[in-house]
Design a protein around this ligand. Structure first.
Ligand SMILES: Cc1cc2nc3c(=O)[nH]c(=O)nc-3n(C[C@H](O)[C@H](O)[C@H](O)COP(=O)(O)OP(=O)(O)OC[C@H]3O[C@@H](n4cnc5c(N)ncnc54)[C@H](O)[C@@H]3O)c2cc1C
Ligand code: FES
Length: 264
């Protein structure tokens, strides 16, 4: 159920450079978001449109976190708010990720700020004692968002691998170079969850699907209404155009037609 509520900013913690983890309390009536769902926030700037952000964690009844990267006017205004300020939020919106079935390995693939879209999922899997392989990519070691996703555990339930374009941490290459390797490790069925730039989604999804894995991709389309009314956020799928806000933002990657790609 999506509702409109007033949320109080409890604190904003800098994770790195322009990225902040913002904790909100929207009150006990605000429904818990599922992993992959988002909230649509009216920023304090004088802007007509709300701005969408993945729910990065649910920390209590009506309490949630957003990982916000400062980009333009809306995010700058949001991040300039003092603690205790109130904003209007619409949510939780969208469909969210499907959880892995028993016996399925979860492979999470995050590019850059894409860790925001996978954080709630990763924490949920960790809480439920599910095994997960977390693959994270960034241009350089300093661009990695350390501490946003759960770290590796000694029992191997959470394994983390990193790739950087310049090789300053982990594998030299892209996060997609890690996907094939992770899938080849065992014959156990895997479900791959991706969030990041479109080129990364396309590549990671291609590798996952070629390996026979199920794959879900969270697409970050620019949104206007956020409720399926304006058709401003449509994505192409094998069965026609779908609204990312109402039919997504998580799609079965096998159904998506990425830019420049033709599918029968
Ligand atoms: C489902 C969904 C989940 C998202 N989750 C997060 C998140 O967890 N953390 C986060 O920091 N950002 C997230 N985004 C992106 C976020 O919505 C944009 O960064 C934000 O709207 C930019 O607003 P602005 O006013 O600061 O920038 P604007 O001035 O509107 O734009 C500045 C730059 O951001 C780009 N931009 C604007 N809107 C989007 C958008 N919706 N997606 C991608 N790029 C955009 C513009 O092309 C421009 O280059 C998400 C987007 C979607 C659709
Ligand atoms: S933003 Fe209006 S239909 Fe999705």
């Amino acid at each position: 159920m999506t509702i409109q509520a007033t949320a109080r900013l409890e604190r904003a913690t800098r994770v790195r450079a322009e990225d902040f983890l913002c904790a909100f309390d929207a009150g006990g009536a605000f429904p818990d978001a599922r992993p992959g769902q988002f909230v649509h926030v009216r920023t304090p700037a004088d802007l007509t449109l709300r701005r969408p952000f993945s729910v990065a964690a649910v920390t209590g009844r009506g309490r949630f976190e957003l990982l916000v990267r400062k980009r333009g006017e809306g995010t700058a205004a949001l991040l300039s708010l003092p603690e205790g300020a109130e904003v209007s939020v619409l949510g939780p919106s969208g469909n969210g990720f499907g959880l892995p079935e028993p016996g399925e390995r979860a492979v999470l693939v995050a590019g850059g700020i894409g860790v925001a879209g996978l954080r709630h999922l990763s924490r949920t899997l960790a809480r439920d004692g599910r095994r997960q392989v977390v693959l994270v990519g960034a241009p350089t070691a300093t661009a990695l968002l350390d501490g946003v996703l759960p770290g590796p555990t000694t029992d191997g339930a959470v394994r983390v691998e990193v790739a950087t374009d310049d090789g300053s941490r982990g594998l030299r290459g892209t996060v997609c170079d890690l996907v094939g390797r992770a899938l080849e490790e065992t014959d156990a069925p895997a479900r791959v969850y991706c969030c990041g730039p479109q080129a990364m989604l396309r590549s990671a999804a291609g590798i996952a699907l070629a390996a026979g894995a199920r794959c879900e991709a969270l697409v970050e389309e620019v949104m206007a209404c956020g409720i399926g009314a304006c058709r401003g956020c449509v994505v192409r799928t094998r069965t026609g155009y779908r609204a990312a806000c109402a039919d997504g933002p998580v799609f079965d990657a096998a159904e998506l037609v990425f830019d420049g790609e033709e599918r029968a």
